[in-house]
Design a protein around this ligand. Structure first.
Ligand code: SAH
Length: 231
């Protein structure tokens, strides 16, 4: 996929300006430069970056429409979807969290180079963040199974806040597997949008989940507890 195609394919649900397209081009260059040193992502070929990172991370805008919110992206890695959201949505304040220091170094540098003033980067484990009830939106792509992500995400959200879980082809199974977690963490699925990426590169499901009430203070537990005793 090239940038013209990116612009055309997203125009129906998230029109991108020329300066936003320029920002994506610059982001791809930074990714390639830093990847040579730090091995940040397996995908570096530009047409693949455009499709599997940028386009993929813009697809959620088919399901969510928010302005002026506080958002947080857990396990942001090289900035997916968090940094893409920061470029796409200038009215959002977005916090990017990753437990790996070198990824955070890249994220800070990339935000600076791209002139993004709506980004804060925190090098921490999501379950040790604190920051309860502060966010309107939590996002995560490719970080952990859904039942575990729910335990990381719910405490961070305001009541009625949204958790966007970006999943591949196993989304339905993950929702079933998380049945008890949904109940214990007082949240529910509001919608799920599934589509194939162009060029046969796979299926994506964006699951929109809503926090119904205040999360029990015993969550999140430690990472070890979460692994040992699945909700
Ligand atoms: N979201 C990115 C990266 C996925 S890889 C993408 O889709 O491309 C998973 C990332 O989550 C890694 O960068 C890893 O360091 C981070 N991570 C894993 N567990 C975490 C936790 N508990 N808290 C914060 N970051 C975590």
């Amino acid at each position: 996929m090239n940038y013209e195609e990116l612009k055309t394919l997203t125009s129906q649900f998230l029109p991108l300006s020329d300066s936003q397209i320029e920002a994506f081009k610059k982001y791809a260059v930074l990714l390639r430069e830093w990847n040579a040193k730090f091995n940040l992502t397996a995908i570096t070929e530009e047409s693949e970056v455009v499709e599997k990172h940028f386009y993929d991370c813009l697809l959620p805008f088919k399901s969510i429409k928010f302005e002026n919110i506080n958002a947080i992206d857990l396990g942001s890695g090289a900035g997916f979807p968090g940094l893409v959201f920061a470029i796409a949505m200038p009215t959002w304040n977005i916090t990017l969290v990753d437990s790996t220091n070198k990824k955070c170094t890249f994220l800070k540098e990339a935000a600076k180079e791209l002139g993004l003033t709506n980004v804060t980067v925190i090098n921490a484990r999501a379950e040790e963040l604190g920051m309860r009830g502060q966010f309107d939106l939590v996002s995560a792509r490719a970080v952990a199974p859904l039942y575990l992500l729910l335990e990381l995400a719910m405490p961070l959200l305001k009541v009625n806040g949204t958790f966007l879980s970006m999943k591949g082809s196993k989304a339905e199974e993950e929702i079933k597997e998380a049945k008890d977690a949904f109940r214990k963490l007082d949240c529910k699925v509001v919608s799920m949008n599934t589509e194939s990426l162009p060029n046969d590169v796979g299926t994506r499901s964006n699951i929109v989940i809503k926090k119904i009430k205040e999360t029990n203070k015993k969550y999140p537990r430690t990472w070890g507890e979460m692994q040992k005793h699945h909700l």
